[in-house]
Ligand binder design. Structure first.
Ligand code: AQP
Length: 328
């Protein structure tokens, strides 16, 4: 039996290089070895304000990016979260068992509530319960995530263990988070102390996957570095370290090779070369994504097939949980 992987991205804005290098690209590798389920988690995106038309467009764009990046519908299940109602149903059940204190510790809620002061919804607070439902519905073994989502997977594990101790140890599989060694936190180009994020409105913070080559070049050439000159990996030099990390992930070279290559060169050389490797990395993904977006019926049919496959697994888990806890 292959181990199962589950992960997802919120269609809450334009997809950026952090989502791609920290998540999607690793999923493409994971599908070769594992039974993989990749979700477009639209229910999570409405935890903060969304424009309905834009949300619909973002869902299609993210679907196109998944497939364009190399997720293969024959190897993986790709679907939209709201197409499978068991996610919301299991989330409600988990809500009734997860202690408030666990949720109050979630640092992402604190950050996001700070950013969305005008509209802090119950859904934003409850986000980790829905994420736990997403993962537990599929008897997931591994959850590949960036650094910032690790705490939510820990809460999922605690929830599974809590419910297993009460209703039988085979109720839920306890999942394991998988954090990439490099790229788990790609930082903003304009401010390397903040991570690239879809919901930021800073125009030069993130390289978006569908940015034109010229826009990518301009953003990278403006990236914040420091007043030193030596080009080497150093976690204390946030700006340069971030640029080198992106270079390493896109070029496939080792840190040693990269430092030797840039020895004696200037930051402007690093930025120029980095821009070109990023443009080349994204070129085929952009082309395929545009092709797919020009064939909306094909995208819809891929999502329909994905939802049918997901539904079958999710309903079986939901039924098991309902029976064990005495519903119906
Ligand atoms: N900067 C990043 N570097 C590496 N990985 C990242 N991820 C997000 N930002 C970076 C990873 O991408 C996946 C998608 O996450 P999500 O959309 O569910 O939520 P998020 O982590 O909150 O992503 P964003 O881009 O910051 O979105 P907004 O601004 O809408 O909240 C996850 O695996 C995440 O770790």
């Amino acid at each position: 039996m292959k181990k199962r992987v589950f992960s997802g991205i919120k269609p809450s804005g334009d997809i950026h290089l952090g989502n791609y290098l920290g998540a999607i690209r690793n999923w493409v590798t994971a599908q070769e070895e594992h039974d993989s389920i990749y979700c477009i988690v639209d229910l999570h995106s409405i935890t903060v304000a969304q424009d309905p038309k834009e949300l619909k467009r973002n869902i299609r764009e993210l679907t196109a990016i998944y497939f364009a990046a190399g997720i293969d519908e024959k190897k993986s299940t790709v679907f939209v979260q709201s197409h499978v109602s068991a996610h919301s149903e299991l989330a409600w059940i988990l809500n009734c068992f997860i202690p408030m204190g666990w949720m109050e510790r979630m640092t992402q809620f604190k950050d996001k509530a700070q950013k969305n002061k005008k509209r802090v919804s119950v859904g934003l607070f409850d986000y980790p319960a829905l994420m736990a439902a997403d993962i537990l519905l599929y008897d997931t073994d591994y959850v590949p995530v960036g650094e910032d989502q690790k705490q939510h997977v820990e809460l999922t594990r605690d929830t599974a263990e809590l419910m297993n101790s009460r209703f039988g140890k085979d109720l839920f599989k306890v999942p394991t988070p998988v954090i990439p060694k490099t790229g788990a936190r790609i930082m903003g180009l304009d401010d390397p102390l903040k991570k690239m994020a879809k919901s930021d409105d800073k125009p030069n913070r993130s390289v978006y996957l569908l940015d034109s080559p010229d826009t990518i070049r301009k953003k990278i050439m403006r990236a914040t570095t420091d007043s030193l000159t030596e080009i080497r990996f150093d976690k204390e030099r946030h700006g340069v370290n971030n640029l080198l990390t992106i270079y390493q992930l896109c070029s496939g070279k080792t840190a040693k090779e990269i430092e030797a290559h840039f020895a004696g060169k200037q930051y402007s050389d690093l930025k120029r070369e980095l821009a070109e490797v990023v443009v080349e990395e994204l070129r085929p993904v952009q082309q395929k994504a545009k092709d797919l977006l020009n064939h909306p019926d094909h995208l819809e049919s891929l999502l329909k097939t994905g939802a049918e496959k997901a539904e079958e697994i999710a309903q079986a888990t939901l039924k098991r949980v309902q029976e064990r806890i005495g519903l119906g």
